[in-house]
Design a protein around this ligand. Structure first.
Ligand code: GRF
Length: 211
């Protein structure tokens, strides 16, 4: 849906996911209810056939595409996904539980235009099972990070983070659940900030411009 308060055409999101897609659905709901104006989802792409998120996108009547990555080289697969994103005139890519590293060519094709969400306060606990890593380490504060994607895993400039206390009563499951609730808020907020264009990246620092 276009932003009625702006002359700009809507920013077209490409969602890449591999699994349940709750972050994708949180973004979709934010758009639907007007929390994320001037943004639309152009295409939902999965690299996994049975991804629940892909089925959810289809059920919502969105354009979806399946590009199975298993058994294919990273470069070949990424070239297909890139072609699909271009075909759907995507401006900004949101990785939403996309369990696949992007090739340098992919990252270079969308410089500072690829966002990822990670369930830890980076740079702590990059990689898989971040919530379990944080819990086992015994941290008192956990959270999530939305960042730009660069060539290193879970590494690019941080757009925003949300933190929560780890409770005495937590186990890895309850902690992961509470982090996920923060992720759903954080991704919408980060997309809104990037969509506004009112920021600069100074070194690693994402700095909001005064409007
Ligand atoms: C989230 O925890 C996200 O931070 C991580 O993968 C998980 C995806 O969950 N990158 P969902 O598919 O969005 O529900």
């Amino acid at each position: 849906m276009a932003n009625p308060h702006s002359d700009r055409p809507p920013l077209r999101l490409g969602i890449l996911l591999s699994g349940r897609g709750s972050n994708f659905l949180a973004i979709a709901e934010s758009i639907r209810c007007g929390r994320l104006a001037g943004v639309e989802i152009a295409i939902v792409i999965s690299n996994v056939a049975g991804a629940a998120g892909l089925a959810a996108g289809r059920d919502l009547g969105m354009a979806t595409a399946l590009h199975i990555s298993k058994g294919r080289s990273r470069d070949t697969h990424d070239a297909d996904v890139l072609a699909c994103l271009r075909e759907h005139r995507v401006d900004l890519i949101c990785l939403a539980g996309y369990m696949r590293l992007l090739s340098p060519a992919f990252v270079a094709a969308f410089p500072d235009r690829i966002l990822n969400i990670h369930p830890s306060l980076l740079p702590a606990f990059p990689g898989l099972e971040a919530q379990e890593q944080a819990f086992a380490y015994g941290v008192k504060i956990a959270g999530c990070t939305v960042h730009f994607v660069d060539d290193e895993l879970d590494h690019g400039a941080i757009i925003l983070q949300r933190a929560i206390p780890v409770l005495e009563s937590d186990d890895t499951h309850s902690l992961a659940e509470r982090i996920l609730a923060e992720e759903h808020i954080a991704y919408t907020e980060a997309v809104r900030m990037v969509a506004s264009g009112e920021y600069e990246i100074r070194g690693r620092r994402f700095v909001k411009r005064n409007t």
